[in-house]
Design a protein around this ligand. Structure first.
Ligand code: GDP
Ligand code: IMO
Ligand code: MG
Length: 431
């Protein structure tokens, strides 16, 4: 058996949902460990399209147990809506295939309101958050004010914890010139949603412990990507959780010894939603072409994604931080028909070559990409199911990426559909 931790190696939207759904064919459990409904994961199965935010991307596979770990911040109303919307598509979600951590923290309406207000006030220096309240919810968790899933079992606890949390928010909101929070309305909404959430509440750490003893395959599903990580990302233009592989364990209660393989997921070019440095960004016809062919519009907010060449220096750093054993390379088909393709191999900062992007925001903004140029290909990779069907130049591009990022490509995705996936190695095999 083998447990796999799958994480994004760029700025999110690498195609994690597609790859996790694909791998879930061999998984017993798929578990989310961080983030919240800032994530948007699109799964295409035959002619059906599923858009997931909070539920793990194994949820549409019959027989797979979906878990949401304590590292995730859960908006209970959004979770209920997502379950109902899947139900309307014929995917049944019940206690038999979903459990959420009793010790996970909740996102409340005041979190999204604060998120949006801060962004408005920041003007040009805004982060470009998804406005879902992710940052404020994690702040309250770390500030020891959060309401957790298990708190929903007692009206008295809900009231006490809500009072404490809202006292803090009332002060913050006053400073921003916002109305006082409507405590009664939030309290009543929580009472109403509580039974719909509590039915799924379980000690997830225990389920994972038992799964290990029963030799089950567990797939840990990361959201966002390495350069949105709170520590390793392009701070402050990041999300508020740790998106790297190590957090798969603190975010779930699984032991680090449960790690068999880390799979990094990487797009064949780069995209980013929201503000922040992006050295290989293309503000020209090539960038527009990538956006158009790659359909680079955000799943969650509908915003256009910024596009650019693959930044192999960044991806190499991401592979090292997460200890990636293998990479799933997605969207190679989007490059079909380009006459030449560039890969960022490092940076020029004030005339000096730098192998990695430095942490200082000022230096990141001044970093100019240093490129290698490879020939493109005219024959399509789109929908290819076998390595032998790929044009030689696309294989040369993949081999060059492997050399630069110092990690082998073991899965290749050639279209959005589940079946347009080439497996070079079955990752669930005994390591
Ligand atoms: P995630 O957040 O990492 O799960 O990625 P998203 O689902 O937000 O964005 C990836 C988008 O690319 C989705 O619309 C997928 O359907 C699509 N996609 C995934 N793999 C491929 C691929 O190999 N080729 C193409 N053309 N699209 C892909
Ligand atoms: P998936 O899982 C791409 C970005 C936002 C913003 C920054 C902070 O689909 O890859 P937040 O709302 O988290 O406080 O926003 O992070 N962001 C994402 N970008 N994909 C995501 O998730 C993202 N989740 C957050 O655009 O720049
Ligand atoms: Mg996404």
């Amino acid at each position: 058996m083998a447990n796999i931790v799958a994480v994004g190696l760029q700025w999110g939207d690498e195609g994690k949902g597609k790859i996790v759904d694909f791998l879930a064919a061999d998984a017993d459990i798929v578990i989310r460990f961080q983030g919240g409904h800032n994530a948007g994961h699109t799964l295409v199965v035959d002619d059906r399209v599923f858009k997931l935010s909070l539920l793990p991307s194994g949820v549409i596979r019959p027989g797979v147990m979906s878990l949401i770990g304590s590292g995730v911040v859960i908006d209970p109303w959004v979770l209920v809506d997502e379950i109902e919307s899947l139900d309307s598509m014929g995917i049944a979600v019940s206690e038999r295939n979903l459990a959420i951590a009793s010790n996970a923290s909740l996102i409340l309406p005041v979190h999204a309101e604060l998120d949006i207000m801060r962004e408005e006030r920041a003007g040009k220096s805004k982060i470009g958050t998804t406005g879902r309240g992710i940052g404020p919810a994690y702040e309250d968790k770390v500030g020891r004010r959060a309401i957790r899933v298990c708190d929903l079992a007692s009206e008295k606890t809900i009231r006490q914890r809500l009072d404490g949390l809202l006292e803090h928010h009332a002060a913050l909101r006053k400073g921003f010139g916002m109305n006082a929070p409507d405590a009664r309305r939030i309290y009543e909404s929580l009472l109403e949603v509580a039974p719909k959430i509590l039915r799924y509440a379980k000690p997830i750490w225990e389920i994972l412990h038992d799964a290990r003893n029963s030799n089950m395959n567990v797939l840990f599903e990361g959201a966002q990507g390495t350069f949105l990580d709170i520590d390793f990302g392009t701070y402050p233009f990041v999300t508020s959780s740790s998106t790297v592989a190590a957090n798969a364990f603190t975010g779930t209660g699984a032991s680090p010894s449960a790690r068999d393989r880390v799979l990094g997921i990487c797009k064949a070019y780069s995209t980013r939603v929201g503000s922040g440095p992006f050295p290989t960004e293309l503000n020209d016809g090539t960038g527009n072409r990538l956006a158009e062919v790659g359909r680079e519009t955000g799943t969650v907010t509908g915003r256009l994604r910024r596009c650019g060449w693959l930044d192999a220096a960044m991806v190499r750093q991401a592979c090292r931080i997460s200890g990636a054993d293998a990479v799933a390379l997605t969207k190679i088909d989007v490059l079909d028909g380009m006459s030449e393709i560039k890969i960022g191999v490092g940076y020029d900062i004030d005339g000096e070559f730098r192998e990695f992007l430095p942490p200082l925001a000022d230096e990141q903004a001044r970093a100019r990409p240093v490129y290698e140029t490879l020939p493109g290909w005219t024959e399509p990779t789109s929908n290819a199911r076998r390595l032998e069907d790929l044009p030689a130049n696309s294989l040369a591009y993949i081999r060059r990426i492997e050399a630069l990022i110092e990690c082998p490509v073991k899965i290749l995705s050639t279209s959005p559909g589940r079946d347009a996936t080439i497996v070079l190695d079955n990752l669930f095999r005994e390591p």
